[in-house]
Design a protein around this ligand. Structure first.
Ligand code: NAD
Length: 441
């Protein structure tokens, strides 16, 4: 089987590499010439555990190819996946210009029946727009070629994308013809043989499922952050509360860790887009609006704590920041909480020295020389007034506290991920602030 993936970003590259791993002939297409040039040389544009090996192995086997020309990759392709970005428009809706451009280009160049699958996260009604865009180009060519459209939203998690794709909890497919259903069944068979189910449904429900899933997860995070803030006020310990509620199987232990608010390339934009979809249909998603409001406020929580500790005098102070990526095991900094913290510190006249195991290059692209970058996690502590934990990378979990105390000007840690033990911080005489526990009572 031969397939084409259009958009070679986090989703497209992982999808392409994983399909090629099970023997499918895959061409990954992108308009970013440098990205494709680098991939051809074996340079992987993103950090994702296991991805580099997978790409190198399948390129070597001749099953994974890279191209900037969609037109040349369509020969013999049974399925074309659209995995391009759907960034938020000014009004919060998902901008579909890349998705529709891909559909048009497929329509301009396809030369046989194919199945056009949307993997990007797109609002309800997009499949119809894709169908029209593609058909419009076929009509322009007076072509009678046939095609089907299908919605196959992606649920991989950055940082665990390869294993999520190879061993998915479920695969959601929305299609409305038997032919499309059979093709998708065949395509995903290698991943479903071990019991991972494909959930077939209509296209609109598939489009909705992706937004509902991300919105549910964002809701859990904001709910827990709200509870954490109340815990601090009333003197409860959110870690105990979390364990107490997480043990209830109806609630579960995942996504109930308080922190500095959700970020990343998906939750913020997907929550916004779903709210906008509902608004467009004159329905107000009240819960999700509150989820956003709580998240916005939560992004400033560490600054509030720093202001309290330093009597609202952050000007001229230097802060060491551990963790730039929006979560561990990725270099993705889209909507990372660290960016809000850095921006607010800079606005207050403070200096920032940051370290992240893999996101320093990406941070350099976004922040340039507005901040300093450390060689390692201890380097940034030298002459800093406090340490801020923004991402819970494993290597930050058991640091050498003697070195931290020796290098920092003041033994102050403001922890946005609740990674350290309160008693240990007390014993070591470190001024410790975290989320959802009043450590100063
Ligand atoms: P990304 O920005 O990493 O990659 C998108 C790629 O598409 C870029 O390389 C860009 O150059 C390319 N592109 C844009 N227009 C193109 C065109 N006309 N032809 C060829 N290539 C083109 O984006 P991503 O994070 O991979 O996300 C892609 C989609 O998947 C989005 O809708 C996103 O919401 C969704 N999604 C992302 C994740 C995630 O964790 N990143 C998870 C699930 C779903």
């Amino acid at each position: 089987m031969k397939i084409t993936i259009v958009g070679t970003g986090y989703v497209g590259l992982v999808t392409g590499a994983c399909f090629s791993e099970v023997g499918i002939d895959v061409t990954c297409v992108d308009i970013d010439e440098l990205k494709i040039e680098n991939l051809k040389k074996g340079i992987i544009p993103i950090y994702e555990p296991g991805l580099e090996d997978l790409v190198h192995r399948n390129v070597k086997k001749g099953r994974l190819h890279f191209s900037t020309k969609l037109s040349e990759s369509l020969d013999g392709a049974e399925v074309v996946f659209g995995a391009v970005g759907t960034p938020p428009d000014e009004d919060g809706s998902a901008d579909l210009k890349y998705v529709l451009e891909v559909a048009k280009e497929v329509g301009r160049h396809m030369n046989d029946y194919l199945l056009m699958v949307t993997k990007s996260t797109v609002p309800v009604g997009t499949a119809e727009k894709v169908r029209k865009a593609l058909q419009g180009e076929l009509d322009n060519r007076d072509s009678k070629l046939e095609f089907d459209v299908c919605s196959n939203p992606e649920f991989l998690k950055e940082g665990a994308a390869v294993s999520d794709f190879l061993k998915p909890d479920r695969i959601v497919v929305g299609c409305d013809t038997d032919k499309a259903k059979k093709t998708m069944e065949r395509l995903y068979k290698p991943f479903t043989m071990n019991g991972h189910p494909v959930v077939f449904m209509d296209v609109t429900s598939a489009e909705m499922t992706k937004y509902a899933a991300n919105s549910m997860l964002a809701t859990k995070i904001s709910f827990m952050n709200d509870i954490a803030n109340l815990c601090e006020i009333v003197g409860a310990d959110v870690n105990s509360v979390r364990r107490g509620i997480g043990s209830d199987s109806r609630i579960g232990t995942k996504f109930i860790y308080p922190g500095t608010g959700y970020g990343g390339s998906c939750f913020p934009k997907d929550v916004k887009a779903l709210i906008k979809t509902a608004d467009d249909f004159s329905y107000s998603l009240k819960v999700l609006k509150a989820v956003e409001e709580v998240n916005e406020a939560q992004k400033s929580i560490l600054i509030t704590k720093l202001n309290k500790h330093f009597n609202h005098d952050l000007k001229g102070k230097t802060f060491a920041l551990w963790g730039l990526a929006f979560k561990p095991q990725t270099d993705d900094m889209r909507e990372a909480p660290s960016l809000v913290i850095i921006r607010k510190l800079l606005e207050a006249g403070a200096n920032v020295k940051a370290y992240d195991p893999v996101a320093m290059e990406e941070a350099g692209r976004i922040l340039g020389d507005k901040i300093e970058y450390g060689q390692d996690q201890y380097d940034v502590l030298i002459d800093s007034d406090a340490l801020i934990i923004a991402t819970e990378w494993p290597e930050f979990k058991f640091p050498n506290f003697n070195i931290i105390k020796k290098l920092l000007k003041n033994p102050v840690i403001v922890d946005g991920r609740n990674v350290y033990d309160l008693d240990e911080m007390k014993d070591r005489e470190i001024d410790y602030y975290c989320i959802g526990i009043n450590t100063k009572k």
